[in-house]
Write a protein that binds this ligand. Structure first.
Ligand SMILES: [Zn+2]
Ligand SMILES: [Zn+2]
Length: 450
């Protein structure tokens, strides 16, 4: 029961693992910024990096791997933090991650080296906000995404960019849980966002998850001007699960309303109810601005009825995943409502189980949402950089890569809400420091600006 509603298993990210070493020309040409300042980068030859690898039995383990690069058009990042995502945990549990491979796709780092020119036209709308910014320089703090669509194929042109064949390539090598990360050329060109000084690492690391949330909201029709124009009352939105992704839905909703409707009155903002079996997560939801928080089952049905004056929710986001939460989500919605499926089902081939005729006759909609496209990534960046969205309070733990073995247990036991991997301090690497509890973020705030 607990795992049903607190394990955050968001939309899948197809992490085809890149080879640990990068073929290609040595990054001798550093013409982008006129070269790298003397003394800052290590020689751009094969090197070893400390990383957290899949251990083949559902967990992570520290390891040392070879890493070459950056090749032409690529970035080499020194890790500042990487978020452990529900998709990473799902892959570990399902055994779909190859032993020795490196997961992690929510990455903030500092540009250590640039492999030659990063070509490509400046993105439309690049007004110095960092999106598609060609002016990255060593020392810049950036957040990067791991998937970039081609932008020109029929799927991309038909608003299905996350279905694009090119999108399936994982553009981070060896992966985010590594003290050095090579960002492949497509992501260096279109998926690296320079962070302004006021944007903290622990907020910026949520760019990709927040972009996924935005995509689900857009696909559900929540963000269209037409939807707002038709609204005759405050929409009631239910979010199943108050793990980090459920709570991120709440924060994004709160960040969006003034942006989506500058003339909005308070009466147009959504009423949001979250459900979770864990009392402390319900309490956190209320502190973060939920209108109600309730346990799954009767309690959340009652809460939705009260908030909606008996109608039912207009929109339900399922951040838990699986047949049982989906059936509950459908029950919470009013006739004509939509349910957004945001999460993996726990079992790979789990079938749905709900009465089809009730679904049909009530004109319900099921909306699946998968990962995020560049437009949503840019929108998430602007919410974060503009200060309207601060998911930093969701970070509960910071764990050095050398203690990766503790991560899966912290997440599975729900002690961790959002866990960030950070590079080891030199004493951690030397093994000179006795094991200490994973650092709650409150005791050691996540790294701030540069
Ligand atoms: Zn993620
Ligand atoms: Zn495409």
């Amino acid at each position: 029961m607990l795992s049903r509603y607190t394990t955050k298993t968001p939309a899948a990210y197809p992490c085809r693992r890149e080879p640990a070493t990068t073929a290609g020309p040595a990054a001798a040409t550093l013409s982008l910024m006129g070269g790298i300042p003397a003394g800052s980068p290590p020689p751009l030859t094969a090197r070893t990096v400390r990383a957290a690898v899949c251990d083949g039995s559902g967990g992570l383990a520290p390891a040392t791997l070879p890493l070459a690069g950056p090749a032409t058009g690529e970035l080499l990042l020194r890790l500042r933090c990487a978020g452990l995502c529900g998709t990473d945990l799902w892959k570990l549990r399902q055994g779909t991650a190859r032993p020795g491979s490196v997961l992690g796709h929510e990455v903030v780092g500092v540009v250590e080296a640039i492999g030659g020119p990063i070509d490509g036209a400046v993105e439309p709308g690049d007004g110095g906000d960092g999106y598609g910014d060609r002016r990255l320089a060593p020392g810049d703090r950036v957040v990067v995404v791991h998937h970039v669509p081609c932008g020109v194929c029929p799927l991309c042109r038909d608003d299905s960019e996350t279905m694009c064949a090119a999108f399936r390539d994982n553009l981070l090598a060896p992966g985010g849980f590594s003290e050095l990360v090579v960002v492949r050329a497509a992501a260096a060109r279109r998926g690296a966002f320079r962070l302004p000084p006021h944007l903290s690492d622990q907020a910026a690391v949520f760019l990709e998850p927040a972009a996924c949330v935005l995509r689900g909201m857009r696909r559900a029709g929540l963000l269209t001007p037409e939807a707002r124009a038709l609204a005759v009352r405050r929409p009631v939105i239910a979010v199943l699960g108050a793990g980090s992704m459920g709570l991120l839905h709440l924060l994004v909703l709160r960040a969006l309303v003034p942006a989506a409707a500058p003339a909005a009155t308070p009466d147009e903002s959504p009423l949001v109810v979250l459900s979770d079996p864990l009392a402390e997560r319900r309490a956190l939801a209320l502190r973060l601005g939920a209108d109600a928080a309730a346990a799954p089952g009767d309690a959340v049905r009652r809460a939705v009825r009260e908030l909606s004056q008996g109608r039912g929710a207009d929109l339900v986001f399922d951040t838990v995943g699986g047949a049982a939460p989906l059936a509950e989500a459908l029950q919470l919605g009013r006739p004509g409502s939509a349910v957004v499926i945001f999460a993996h089902a726990a079992a790979r081939d789990e079938p749905a189980g709900f009465p089809l005729n009730a679904f049909f006759k009530a004109e319900r909609r099921l909306v699946a949402t998968y990962s995020s496209a560049p437009a949503e990534q840019r929108a998430a960046y602007l919410l974060l950089a503009g200060g309207r969205l601060d998911p930093g309070p969701l970070v509960s733990h910071r764990l050095p890569l050398s203690r990766a073995a503790e991560a899966a247990g912290l997440a599975a036991s729900h002690r961790a809400l959002k866990l960030l991997f950070v590079p080891d301090a030199p004493t951690d690497r030397a093994g000179a420091r006795p094991a200490a509890p994973a650092t709650p973020s409150a005791a050691a705030p996540a790294g701030g600006p540069g």
